[in-house]
Design a protein around this ligand. Structure first.
Ligand code: NAD
Ligand code: ZN
Length: 270
């Protein structure tokens, strides 16, 4: 499936050891999480301008608490069921072998972490983490806690007070007095500056950037391949379709991530 010329380049690149990945929603589709623009996804049923936007979420809580409860149940049910697929596992194996410098991801599903990768820059946050809105302290929400939250929300119908009471157990007050919220980047919000700086650091040191399962239309992440290219890195796209920046890539591998990544691992494994 990988063209010979691309395989030859990859063998050479991985030997040099300056390979970085940029992953998008496409890497998690075969884990059961539909892509942002994918069929059957959450965002076909819920308008992202409302449900991925902090003012939209606050307004929904006020006017239609039952819809907000349903959204939270749907959102976490999908994420909690997902498991790393062979693409995530291949990247984890590459990190263990010391041939992958790091992963920069737009995903919030924690599947790279679950697969065993440690060197992951999460540009859009992580749905299993909460953050104090004032002092920015972070806390992990374990899977069983989230499962428990889903069950408790299922019993609530139209009461905003009951919904708030249930949610406040999982998004509690911080010692500083402020409240915790989900640690993901919503529409219109800035990317975490520390993570962005780390992403640039990876790109400054990379000679090959694998762009895996991203349509490259979400900004500012879509500018990262341009930055890497300007710094002299080669861009390799792994996607079953054309992306917004396909023409800029030096090599393109068309196929399913769950097949392509294990094949790359086999090809470059020395
Ligand atoms: P996107 O949904 O815009 O694009 C996904 C890309 O992956 C497409 O180009 C598609 O052709 C490709 N693709 C889908 N399935 C594939 C497969 N099995 N093999 C190979 N390629 C495949 O994704 P994006 O560019 O990451 O932008 C989506 C935004 O929404 C991001 O900001 C992200 O934070 C968020 N999001 C995250 C998740 C997640 O955490 N898993 C899921 C949906 C959306
Ligand atoms: Zn605080």
């Amino acid at each position: 499936m990988i063209p010979k010329e691309t395989a030859d380049y990859l063998r050479h690149a991985f030997k040099k050891g300056k390979v970085v990945c940029l992953t998008g929603a496409g890497i998690s589709v075969e884990s059961g999480i539909p892509a942002f623009r994918g069929k059957g996804g959450l965002w076909e049923r819920y308008d992202p301008q409302v449900y991925a936007n902090s003012q939209g979420l606050t307004a929904t809580l006020k006017m239609r608490p039952q819809d907000l409860g349903k959204f939270i149940i749907d959102f976490y049910s999908v994420i909690l069921k997902a498991r790393p697929n062979p693409a995530h596992l291949a990247l984890s194996e590459m990190e263990k072998k010391g041939i992958l410098s790091g992963i920069i991801t737009q995903n919030i599903d924690n599947l790279h972490g679950q697969a065993g990768n440690r060197n992951v820059v999460e540009l859009h946050g992580n749905a299993f983490r909460i953050r104090c809105m004032s002092c920015k302290k972070l806390m992990t929400l374990e899977k069983d806690r989230l499962q428990e939250m889903i069950e408790s929300l299922k019993g609530i119908r139209h009461s905003r007070i009951k919904l708030l009471k249930a949610l406040s157990r999982y998004f509690p007050r911080c010692n500083c007095g402020s409240r915790y919220r989900i640690d993901v980047v919503l529409f219109g919000e800035m990317l975490p500056q520390k993570e962005l700086a780390l992403a640039y650091k990876h790109l400054d040191n990379c000679e090959t950037l694998l762009i895996i399962g991203s349509s490259l239309v979400v900004y500012p992440v879509a500018t990262l391949p341009l930055y890497a290219k300007e710094k002299g890195a080669k861009l390799i796209e792994i996607n079953n379709e054309k992306s917004a920046l396909s023409d800029l890539c030096d090599y393109r591998i068309r196929g399913k991530v769950s097949e392509v990544l294990p094949e790359i691992l086999k090809t470059v494994d020395v």
